[in-house]
Each structure stands twice: as structure tokens, then as C-alpha cells.
Design a protein around this ligand. Sequence first.
Ligand code: GRF
Length: 211
Amino acid sequence: MTCKLLVLISGNGSNLQAIIDACASKHIDAEIIGVISNVPSAFGLERAQRAGIATAVVDHKTFASRAEFDTALLRCMQTFDADLVVLAGFMRILNAELVNAYAGRMLNIHPSLLPKYPGLHTHQRALDAGDAEHGCTVHFVTADLDGGPLIAQSRCAIVTGDDAASLAQRVHPLEHRLYATVIAWYAAGRLRYHDGHAQLDGKLLEAAVTV
Ligand code: GRF
């Protein structure tokens, strides 16, 4: 049975586009059944509509509290019968109730080599720390922000003269390739969440796989 994906975005949606393209080319054997944005003007919504994918907006600014937003978002998510939820540049922190509703069925991509630099401004933080390399990570989502079980990472060198913008530009294409690869694993039944750990091809991942 084809894996049904629900993608959550907040912005440009270049990762969403990579997933749309990878589904179209059958690199990922899955169907995107919906895209939800918390930002009504997110360009990613246009990308989805162009691809004929159903979209919904749950605007966090229209809710009095985080809890009310999370409840509305969860309700909206449940209107889609998704096998896997994919956070693709979704810039809101989700509460435990929502995350637990999709335990082991929600992925996130983060622009750093986790566990380094959870949260924001990852490129600048890697530069400030004098790191020689940087990259991105896909992990299962738990209530621990950017702290769920690591699945896979892609790496690049930091070179003299780099700034946050040049690093972001180098990491972004890595994100696109990495996310498509990991989602393809999940859709093919190769990747699972078991007992708080990521499992690939039946083997517990002690560390993120390098892609
Ligand atoms: C990506 O760098 C992602 O890792 C981060 O937000 C950015 C989203 O980019 N969390 P896009 O909207 O997919 O172009």
C-alpha cells in the first residue's frame, strides 16, 4: 500500500518541492495527501497547489495560546489519514500531546549536525564555534525539541570566508537529497521507530547514518 505523507511547512517549501519531485519520479514510493502551513502566505502552499495537493492553513496568530493552536492543528492533521508526518521547515514547537499522537510517524529535518545546535541560527552557531564541518540531520520527532532519535546526516566543509548565508546555501541542497532518501526508506518499510530508537533494515541505529 502506498505510504501517505502529510507535510507541514511554514515558508518557502524547497524541501517540500524536493519531496514532491521525489514522489513524482518514484524515488519515494509515496503520495503526498496534504500540506498544512501555519503561515497563510507561505510560498510552499503554492508549490503544493501547483502539484494538485490539498492544502490547509492553521494560522498560529489567530489563536490566544499555544495550546489552542496545537489542538486546532492536531484536528486539522487528523482530517488527513496520514501514515507519516513530515516537518519541512515547520517553525513552530509542537506540544507533547500532538507529538505523541504521531509517535514514530513524524520526521523533522534540522540544519545542523545534531546533537549540535538544536533550535535556531544553526549556521551562525557552527561558524562561531569554529567548526570545520556542518550539515543537516533527519530525526524522528519527540517532545524533546530537535532531540528525537537521529536517523541520517549529510555533511559539508566550512571554508574560509563562509558566512551564515553561504553555509545555508551549501546545506540546503544537502537537505533536499537527505530528506528524500530518508522518506523513501520509511515509505519502503525499511525505517521504523522502535522503543525510542530509529531502526533501519531491522538494525538499531546507534548513530546517524551518513548519506
Ligand atoms: C530548512 O533549512 C529547514 O532545515 C529549516 O527551515 C528551512 C526550510 O526551508 N528547519 P524550506 O522552506 O524547505 O525551503
